[in-house]
Design a protein around this ligand. Structure first.
Ligand code: IFM
Length: 461
């Protein structure tokens, strides 16, 4: 099937909806994707500096060296956020600005940058939500074993505390990790992301040490006085292609285990699911999971961040080779997208977000959630009705989840502005603000003006 980039606007007229009072409206970005200033003020190299300079890894050899030059233009960017009426802004801190080698001396000039950014936000009445790790591991730590090594989890907790001690008096919400699925499986499984390793054992070890790093950091943050601690996952909303077919059901269960329950259960229940442990044991001894680790991982969180873009449908197909980013998925076929897709070729199906949220609410009751990323890539300039349609549909899906009893606290649009889309470089544009990478000029897209109205109204027309 050929997928086409298309709008979802050919839909019946929709009723107006209002979100609960206090629903948080925000937008999100990440350090390596927007900051640039890669060699400034003492910043050390991260795995994405190395990876993006490795020929063939990133579209057209693009790097984050300059990106959106946000490091220098943050005040202009915060002014744009204020113009949009954002209540909150989710940014990530670059570990290698703070500790250039991952451990060891603290680089105060790096902390100074986030200090200035935080004050600029607060001065405009925008609440900062900090993510401590959005994939840019200091290269020195990768050289010492990266996330497959336990020492990286320990170093992460130390770094978290350093950042908290500088910003904790002004930042209420602390998110440890962004999308550990990507760090583990894209970084060490398929290798399409930095550091570009292809080894299922490394991927499973990375999952555990990311979880442990979260738990150790959560503990350190809490001890230092953090009021609200969270982690952001990117669950795979996976369904059997034929819901009545038991082999398809088993395929979906396998993917759900490797992609979702491997994170949900340790974080929210304090244990790995038995079937997932059996699955990992096909590849490696489990001795890297030490006594007491799961108690650390199961540290209480105040909110679970959910990043969501597209659903997955799988069927059983005996003999089919596995996908490297789902180690052990031999015999499972992912259906290519059907119907409208975004420029990432990701299927658009807002109802799948409602399914995801209600499932977490059902299986892990009492978990407050926040959409920490949702949005769409579309090519072109500022006329972006398809993006408006995408976000409109997903906001309605959030509203349906609220109506079903889900404790959903807010929505952060990905992304505030066009930026470095990892292996896709600058070729994919997720922003509601257009960035001209030659002049660094920012221009509001139609979606930004539309989002401003959504925020003003606390709902949709
Ligand atoms: O750009 C990324 C972001 O860094 C993490 N979540 C998905 C986005 C779109 O691919």
């Amino acid at each position: 099937m050929t997928a086409t980039v298309t709008s979802t606007s050919a839909q019946p007229a929709r009723a107006g909806i209002t979100f609960p009072d206090g629903f948080v409206w925000g937008a999100a970005t990440a350090s390596y994707q927007i900051e640039g200033a890669a060699r400034e003020d003492g910043r050390g190299p991260s795995i994405w500096d190395t990876f993006s300079r490795t020929p063939g890894k990133v579209f057209a050899g693009h790097t984050g060296d300059v990106a959106c030059d946000h490091y220098h233009r943050y005040a202009e960017d915060v002014a744009l956020m204020a113009e949009l009426g954002l209540a909150s802004y989710r940014y990530s801190v670059s570990w290698s600005r703070i500790r250039p080698d991952g451990t060891g001396p603290v680089n105060t000039r790096g902390l100074d940058f986030y200090d200035r950014l935080t004050d600029e936000l607060l001065g405009k009445g925008i609440d900062p939500v900090v993510t401590l790790y959005h994939w840019d591991l200091p290269q020195t730590l990768e050289d010492q074993g990266g996330w497959p090594a336990r020492s990286t989890a320990e170093a992460f907790a130390e770094y978290a505390e350093v950042v908290y001690r500088r910003l904790g008096d002004r930042v209420a919400t602390w998110t440890t990790l962004n999308e550990p699925w990507c760090s583990a499986y894209l970084g060490y499984g398929s290798g399409i992301h930095a550091p570009g390793v292809q080894n299922p054992v490394s991927a499973f070890r990375a999952v555990h040490h990311l979880l442990l790093g979260h738990g150790l950091a959560a503990r350190a943050l809490r001890a230092a006085g953090a009021k609200s601690v969270s982690i952001t996952l990117n669950p795979c909303e996976v369904s059997p292609l034929d819901p009545a077919n038991t082999a398809d059901q088993a395929a979906a269960r396998l993917i759900d285990g490797v992609a979702n329950r491997i994170f949900y259960d340790p974080l929210l229940l304090g244990r790995y699911p038995a079937d997932v442990l059996e699955h990992i044991a096909r590849f490696t001894d489990l001795d890297y999971i030490r006594d007491g680790d799961l108690e650390v991982v199961n540290a209480p969180i105040d909110v679970l961040g959910i990043n969501f873009y597209t659903p997955a449908y799988v069927s059983a197909q005996p003999g089919r080779p596995g996908a490297l980013d789902y180690p052990g998925s031999e015999g499972v076929a992912f259906r290519p997208p059907v119907g409208p897709v975004t420029d990432m070729n990701w299927q658009i199906e807002p109802a799948s977000l409602t399914r995801l949220l209600t499932r977490i609410h059902r299986d892990y009751p009492g978990t407050p959630m926040m959409i920490t990323e949702n949005g769409a890539a579309y090519p072109g300039g500022t006329a972006d009705q398809p993006r408006i349609d995408y976000v409109d549909g997903h906001l309605r899906a959030c509203h349906d989840a609220l109506a079903a009893g889900v404790d959903l606290r807010g929505y952060f649009l990905w992304s505030l502005m066009d930026n470095f889309e990892w292996a896709e470089g600058y070729a994919k544009r997720f922003g509601i603000v257009h960035v001209d990478y030659t002049t660094q000029q920012r221009v509001l897209k139609d979606s930004a003006k539309w989002y401003r109205e959504v925020i003003r109204r606390n709902g949709l027309e």
